[in-house]
Write a protein that binds this ligand. Structure first.
Ligand code: ADP
Ligand code: MG
Length: 699
């Protein structure tokens, strides 16, 4: 491998390339556009486009694409080549400012329920100059936002950029109150830790459920799972190491700060963590990481599973969204700081997050709600569906002391007065962190652990950014009017702690007693499934949140709710059909075949002498026959449910609840039956690789 600093960012049209290749004035104007989010003048865009094209073709690119993130799926691209014909029958490579800045695309194949009348199928993509262009597979990729002709967001990036602007404005107002005059912008930062499974291609290809659904729909527990923790601590297998090495190199070329790689808890499970960066870029990079993981795995005859829960009974894969706020001068606003003044500012921003999470706990749950994640949340491996925050004992004690004006540390007789006392140091230690908490404060950032592995993190950061922006606005409104800033600040903090401390929970989130306390005593919401969560998307207070912060219009919210309900229905419907097909075409025939073998054995044994003991054959045959009939009955039921679903299909919300209440229980019952059959069926008759064979497929 070439040395890392040399390859890092070598496929990115980044700042140093721009500086080297653009005329000074163009560079200056482009930087200003990037910093201020202004529109780029077409004459400037032409110069940038030309320089980009030259750089891209020198690096082997022949095509360009507006790279965007539709509401479903990972990313979308439509490739155009740079070629442009000349009079003499040849071609030259061309790329105009217009092509760089704005692209037209047929929006009809992307979800846009309610936002686009059918006669206006066009959408457009608009360059996001804050995210650098890059070359992937010989194509210059230009990160873009994707909107309908009327300007409504049809993607994940547009609302994210809007939410970044929303929090920037309000955080700056609050900073000014603390006398900060040098920061010109506040961005949020994200470091998404990505979990994934790697399995051998040969076993994957024999599992229709993995192929169609990305997860196993059947499968009895293997004799060995993750109970020994030996995978986590074990060395990385050579094939996996080779995959990780190539992945790192390709990510580095694209300027992705891939930093940490290791095995995870379950067999065949691994994790990659990048160094955090600005949220918008972190989200783009995470999409790229997922795409590269899938593609590079194939080259190694592996398959990368990004599903939230590929295997029942084995830990699923999450994506930890580490989130903080930072000024352009590099101050992390969730870092407690050293002086009483810094501490006071920290406590206020912390309170803003506490209130935001409490006020919009349902929206945070909505942001991670997918059919796949429903199998993971609350399954004693991932946080429960109840949103709460972990602050750690020290910080919680400090908040207590502030709220009640009591001693923080009785021995030392320390009172905690905002803006007067220095906060005691609390350990940033990572060892005693509470892994069961959905949202944990980890010293200078929050780690949101509810997102599933395949989720585009834009969705959770839109909610975090917007909810915190909203609260910061309320705080700024109140404090800007204050006659005595210190006193008002103190009152505001005390009030916020008092009103919102119910969301703080440092105990074991996997405990059933917590769910009871959370819902019955504290009144926190427990939205167990995607349809239940999504129905709160359009609650009045959530519509007010997004419209007042100018992140979504009301129409956009309704559209997104519908699209996600529809997506939930589609995902589960594919699973149901796959179950039906596997049961009818593979499992029932296999069960019959083995039954026949057992029956034949009984007959031939008895032909030797009638009184021979056939207990095993008879009992197994009997049980297998019962299971076969049960499986058949369940499959018939499932087919009838799929027919009913066809009728209500267009009412996505109704269909989603029908699926949750009727179809999923039937699917679960079918699975239980088949899994028992797998356990008693002879190995050679079982038509698909078992859990053990899949999970331990990479040697
Ligand atoms: P873990 O023990 O969970 O692996 P680390 O402390 O190593 O955690 O960090 C996890 C992730 O948090 C990394 O991606 C890291 O870059 C990111 N991170 C650290 N500081 C911040 C921050 N201020 N904002 C956002 N993410 C951050
Ligand atoms: Mg983590």
């Amino acid at each position: 491998m070439k040395n890392v600093p040399e390859i890092f960012g070598s496929m990115v049209f980044n700042d140093s390339v721009m500086k080297a290749r653009l005329p000074k004035e163009t560079y200056r104007l482009l930087k200003r556009t990037m910093a201020e989010g202004k529109r780029l003048d077409l004459s400037v865009a032409n110069v940038v486009a030309n320089a980009m094209k030259d750089w891209a073709t020198e690096n082997g690119a022949t095509h360009f694409t507006h790279w965007f993130q539709p509401m479903t799926g990972i990313t979308a691209e439509k490739h155009d080549s740079f070629i442009s014909p000349t009079d003499d029958g040849k071609v030259i490579m061309e790329f105009s400012g217009k092509e760089l800045v704005r692209g037209e695309t047929d929006a009809s194949s992307f979800p846009s329920i309610g936002l686009r009348s059918t006669f206006e199928a066009r959408g457009y993509t608009a360059w996001d100059p804050t995210s650098y262009a890059f070359i992937k597979d010989g194509t210059l990729c230009i990160p873009t936002a994707f909107c309908s002709y009327g300007g409504e967001a049809l993607d994940k990036k547009t609302p994210l950029l809007r939410s970044m602007e929303a929090i920037n404005k309000r955080a700056l107002r609050v900073l000014r109150l603390f006398g900060n005059t040098d920061a010109v912008c506040v961005t949020t930062t994200v470091g998404p830790e990505q979990e994934y499974f790697l399995v051998d291609k040969s076993v994957y290809e024999k599992r229709p459920d993995l192929i169609y659904c990305g997860r196993t729909l059947f499968g009895a527990k293997p004799p060995k799972g993750q109970e020994l923790d030996d995978h986590y601590f074990g060395s990385i297998k050579p094939r996996v190491a080779a995959f990780m090495k190539e992945l790192d190199e390709e990510l580095w070329k694209l300027g992705v700060l891939s930093k940490t790689k290791h095995n995870e808890g379950a067999p065949a499970q691994h994790e990659l963590a990048p160094i955090f960066t600005t949220t918008n870029i972190a989200c783009d990079h995470n999409q790229l990481t997922m795409e590269l993981m899938k593609n590079i795995a194939k080259k190694h005859d592996l398959v990368c599973l990004l599903h939230e829960k590929p295997f029942a009974g084995i830990s699923g894969s999450g994506k930890h969204n580490n989130w903080s706020m930072s000024t352009n001068t590099g101050v992390n606003l969730l870092d407690p700081g050293e002086t009483p003044q810094d501490n006071a500012q920290f406590i206020l921003f912390l309170c803003a997050v506490i209130k935001a999470v409490d006020d919009y706990q349902d929206m945070l749950r909505v942001s991670v709600a997918t059919a796949g994640n429903d199998h993971r949340l609350g399954a004693s491996e991932a946080p429960p569906a109840v949103v709460s925050m972990f602050l750690g004992d020290e910080l919680t004690a400090i908040l207590d002391s502030i709220e009640n004006d009591t001693m923080y540390d009785p021995k030392e007789e320390t009172l905690m007065r905002i803006g007067v006392h220095v906060l005691p140091k609390f350990p940033k230690d990572t060892t005693d962190r509470n892994r069961t908490s959905p949202l944990a404060f980890t010293g200078n950032k929050f780690e949101f652990r509810m997102p599933g592995a395949s989720l585009a993190v834009a969705s959770v950061n839109v909610v975090l950014n917007t909810a915190v922006a909203k609260v910061l606005e309320e705080f700024a409104d109140e404090l800007e009017k204050a006659e005595d800033f210190q006193k008002s600040l103190h009152d505001l903090i005390v009030r916020t702690i008092r009103e919102h401390k119910r969301i703080i929970f440092n105990g074991n989130g996997y405990d059933d007693s917590w769910i009871k306390e959370a819902t019955e005593v504290r009144g926190l919401s427990n939205l167990k499934t995607t349809p239940e969560a999504l129905s709160h998307y359009t609650d009045a207070k959530n519509i007010e949140l997004f419209t007042s912060m100018k992140v979504f219009s009301e129409a956009e919210i309704h559209s997104r709710q519908n699209i996600r309900m529809q997506n939930y229905c589609r995902v589960v419907r594919i699973e149901a059909r796959t179950m039906r097909e596997m049961t009818e075409k593979q499992f029932i025939p296999a069960m019959s075949k083995y039954s026949k073998v057992l029956a034949d054995t009984i007959i031939s044994k008895k032909s030797v002498f009638a009184g021979i003991d056939c207990t095993f054959e008879e009992k197994t045959l009997e049980r297998l026959s019962t299971l076969t009939s049960e499986a058949y009955a369940k499959v018939c039921e499932l087919k009838a449910l799929l027919e009913t679903l066809k009728i209500i299909k267009k009412d996505y919300s109704k269909a989603a609840f029908f699926i949750k209440d009727e179809m999923i229980p039937c699917m679960n019952a079918l699975r239980t039956t088949i899994d028992e059959a797998e356990r008693i069926c002879a190995a050679e008759y079982w038509p698909v690789p078992t859990y053990g064979e899949i999970l331990f497929s990479v040697k």
